[in-house]
Design a protein. Structure first.
Length: 237
């Protein structure tokens, strides 16, 4: 029943997103905080990093959200092994964990009861990535003056390293490369069934300006071509 519900809701989003005109508030991607906006995160060594998706000004009673974040590297566009969080990639999907817990009391979760999520990190033909974050739930009545956590994405770089991926695949290289994270779509599903397009709190959505970046402080380096990767990486952990 829940699976049927989320598939039906997301089908409505797909059919009507282009025609939606309502303004349900704005959405933001920020590292480690809801507010203020922290757009860039430097690689500080092998550890977890927290990408927080939050929304402000949401007044419509709603039953879900559907977001897509496009990830591309500076230069070639193809993400390096350190950002291969797909099942066939160097990191594998176990190293990227989306969650729907509130970041803090000041930034509660935008979610009703009986939630069901669909998440996916996929690599396209050009080597760039897309992170899909979708959720449905029972009707939630937000307060427009509150900033809400929509998602927290734990980006686990415990196995990441700078430079090329070593031949034994013991780490996933390229962590020093610049990555751009851009919302290509961000939709609130109103309780009426009408999808409403989020505005960007800090950058236009959709648009070419990234909502968040990785290693973009100063001059963004030219990305190298991806090194060898594979699921066999799991054998070395």
């Amino acid at each position: 029943m829940k699976v049927t519900r989320i598939l039906a809701a997301l089908a409505l989003v797909t059919c009507f997103a282009g025609a939606a005109n309502a303004a349900p508030g704005c959405i933001r991607a920020s590292w480690n905080t809801c507010d203020p906006w922290v757009a860039d995160q430097a690689f500080l060594g092998p550890q977890n990093y927290n990408l927080v998706i939050s929304a402000f000004g949401v007044s419509s009673p709603n039953v879900g959200t559907d977001l897509n974040i496009h990830v591309r590297a500076g230069g070639s566009g193809a993400v390096p092994d350190s950002w291969r969080f797909d099942d066939a990639g160097c990191q594998t999907s176990s190293q990227l964990v989306p969650g729907t817990a509130a970041l803090s009391k000041a930034c509660p979760i935008l979610k009703g009861a009986n939630s069901l999520t669909i998440t996916n990190y996929a690599i396209g033909g050009t080597g760039e990535a897309d992170l899909r974050l979708a959720i449905t739930y029972d009707t939630f009545n937000p307060l427009a003056a509150t900033r809400y956590t929509v998602w927290q994405v734990a980006v686990n770089h415990s196995f990441s390293s700078t430079g090329p991926t070593p031949p034994d695949l013991s780490t996933c290289g390229g962590a020093e490369q610049c990555e751009f994270l851009t919302f290509t779509s961000a939709i609130l599903l109103a309780a009426t069934g009408q999808p409403e397009n989020f505005a960007g709190c800090d950058v236009p959505i959709p648009g070419t300006q990234p909502a968040a970046t990785w290693q973009a402080g100063g001059t963004c380096p030219v990305a190298a071509q991806p090194a060898t990767w594979g699921k066999v990486k799991g054998l070395y952990r």
